[in-house]
Write a protein that binds this ligand. Sequence first.
Ligand SMILES: [Zn+2]
Length: 195
Amino acid sequence: MTQLYAIYIACSDGTVVENPRPKAVTQSKIRIASKSKRRKTKPDFKKKIKASSRWKKANRKVANLQRKVSAQRQDWVHKVAAEIVSSNSLVATEKLNIKALVRKPKIGFLRKAQKTGLNRSILDVGMGALRSAIEYKLAEAGGIFVEVPTQKVKPSQTCPQCGSQKKKELSERIHSCSCGFTCDRDLAAAQVMLK
Ligand SMILES: [Zn+2]
C-alpha cells in the first residue's frame, strides 16, 4: 500500500477533489460512543446474560452514528461522480483508483495544486465506491472509462512534457524535470495517464 498518501483525486486539468472532512467529527463521536458501550453489560447467550438497557441504548447510538458516516460517504461519492461525469466524456484511472484523471471537452490550464498532507481518512473515503459510481454514470451518459496499467506506464515516474523517466522517492511531491517542466507530482501523473 505504497500509495496511501494520495488522499485526493488529482484531475489532469488541475482540479483537485479533496476528501470530505466533516466525517472526522463523526468518527471521533463513534469512538467515544463505542467506548461507553464497552463499559456496559453486553448480551452473552452462553452465560445467559441479557443486555442491559444502557447497553442497548449505547448500541443504538453507535449504529446511528455509523449509519450517518456511511450516508455522508454515499452522498459524497454520488456528488463527486455526478460532477465528474457531467463535464467529462473520458475518465481514466489508475488501477487502485487513488488518482483519477479526467479529460474536459475544452482545454484547461494547469492551476497550482493545493498540497494536502498525509491523511488516514482515505481508508473511509470509499474510493472503490467512487470508482464504480463514475463508471456506471459514465456508461449511462455514453462516455468512456479507461483503466491505466500503471506498472507498464509508470505515471508517477514519467514527465508529461518530454516523456523521460526518472525514479521518484515517495517523499518527492513535486515533479521537476530537466526539460524545465515542474508541477505537482499527482497532477503530472494524471497528465501522463491521460496521454
Ligand atoms: Zn521533462
